[in-house]
Write a new protein. Structure first.
Length: 195
């Protein structure tokens, strides 16, 4: 409940230009609302940057890991929700939410993986008019071909947020790709606690 109240303060602060005052998070609390995507995209704003060359893209959605995947490449826990960004042919999109970084922040952590085609994912902090990239990477591709696995696994990233301690900022997850087939990147378990 406290995390939701802090989320509402952060959203109000960013939209009204008010300076928010960070308060300590309760032990085990997450500064990111709906970081596990159990409530779909609630709390996240979706923005299409570029449509790309294929009609109808990008697709940004929350899916659940199927209990019996077609291939055994998916290493996500069965039935867990995750964010998927499908961005073929130059499509580019992001999701973003306002957060208040704890005064003594832990590390921002999340799991990520890709499908068949390489996708460039970028995690950024939006601080007023400035966008600062925390990390930009190609997600590990779990499929080597349409019918075979690559042997790669999802990775867990861990990023420092100490530079933004106590500040109301935007947390942005962005993806783009040039390929056509399997240009997907997935995310789950986003967490940022306080020390």
């Amino acid at each position: 409940m406290r995390a939701r109240r802090l989320q509402a303060i952060a959203i109000g602060a960013l939209t009204m230009g008010v300076v928010a005052v960070a308060q300590p998070l309760a032990a085990g609390a997450n500064a990111i609302y709906n970081g596990g995507f159990g409530h779909g995209l609630r709390g996240w704003r979706t923005v299409v940057v570029t449509r790309g060359i294929y009609p109808g893209y990008p697709h940004v959605s929350v899916l659940h890991t199927p209990p019996r995947p077609i291939l055994k490449c998916r290493r996500a826990r069965r039935g867990r929700p995750y964010l998927q960004m499908d961005v073929p042919g130059g499509a580019n999109a992001y999701v973003e939410q306002s957060i208040i970084v704890p005064v003594r922040p832990g590390r921002l952590t999340f799991r990520t993986w890709g499908d068949l085609g390489p996708v460039r994912a970028t995690i950024s902090v939006v601080n007023g008019p400035h966008v600062k990239n925390l990390i930009s990477y190609v997600a590990p591709q779990l499929r080597a071909s349409p019918t075979s696995c690559s042997g790669r696994k999802p990775v867990t990233e861990s990023l420092s947020m100490s530079r933004y301690a106590g500040q109301a900022v935007g947390l942005r997850i962005q993806a783009t790709a040039q390929g056509a087939q399997g240009a997907l990147v997935d995310f789950d378990q986003l967490a940022l606690g306080g020390g």
